[in-house]
Design a protein around this ligand. Sequence first.
Ligand SMILES: *Cc1c(COP(=O)(O)O)cnc(C)c1O
Length: 359
Amino acid sequence: MARPAEPVDLRSDTVTRPTTAMRKAMAQAEVGDDHYGEDPSVRALEEYAADLLGHEAAVFVPSGTMGNFVALRASAQVGTEVIADTEAHIVTYEMGGLASLGGIQTRTLPGLVDTADLADVAAAIRSHSVGGDYGVGGNYSMVRTSVLAVENTAARAGGRVWAPARLDQLGDLATAAGIALHCDGARLWNAAVAGAVEPRRLAEPFTTLSVCLSKGLGAPVGSLVICDAGRVDEVRNWRRRLGGAMRQSGVLAAAGLHALHHHIERLAEDHRRAGELAALLADAAPDHVDPKQVETNMVLVKVADAGRFTRRAAEQGVLIGATGPTTLRIVTHLDVDDAGIRHAGSVLAGLLHAEPATA
Ligand SMILES: *Cc1c(COP(=O)(O)O)cnc(C)c1O
């Protein structure tokens, strides 16, 4: 098989470049100074996204990391805790920002995404309205939980999708405890397409969300914080404090709006390709890949030495990532087609043949 001229880049869905149509939308964007609230393209994007997700307000931010931070910080006071999954992006890949910049402590629960017992999640929440009666002596020195945070899709779980019913249950828990429920929805769009549900249905139980435009949707830059009208000023203030308030950002917002209009439905293609690749790899090396685990655009593969494996794959024109010393992560996206997947499949299957069977 002819090798593609460029490497097939499956490290992340962030590697996409804007399409010609998207660049045209960017070039034609009407702009103004967004910090004065005068960029019509940013306004249009924020209004469209708030409506799409069924909430009152949206704020355009430069990145998902900033989106998570400002959303969480708008609900969490200094010295409170955010509860998140042990593997959550906010505790793994955001440089400890909540603690270092926000004065927020993170408390992790294993399996929050799927296996954790709801009673255990409820018991972990330390609020004055739930489990607050500790009798004589009280609980006055106990840290308070301010936010329960979940990730959909769950990246380190290989792009797993939450069941809407479970999200609703967590929403009920959060409401009962008087705390906020935050969604790191960097790939909420993938979850919606995979589950054949409207994005607004997945957004419904949440107080705040952060959703990315620059992952599977293919925009070059940008995320949105989705929230209620009562929080939006605090979100904008925190964005400013972090240096994330922008000026003629309508050029970027136009790319985001184009992505929301044209690139959501097509995520189904990425999911199909991830499924096909997983099936092909499982044929070659059933111990290393479980196609049943592939719900969206990611495939996790177990190998003996992920670093060595990724270097060998790169030598053959296939770039893949690793989420740990023995776990590879392969991500499909807008810039990889069926021919690219076929090439990647044959290279990776060849390398997997030479792998020792894993336990
Ligand atoms: C990528 C990602 C983020 C952060 O987005 P950046 O734009 O890279 O800062 C947050 N959460 C999840 C689950 C992500 O995959």
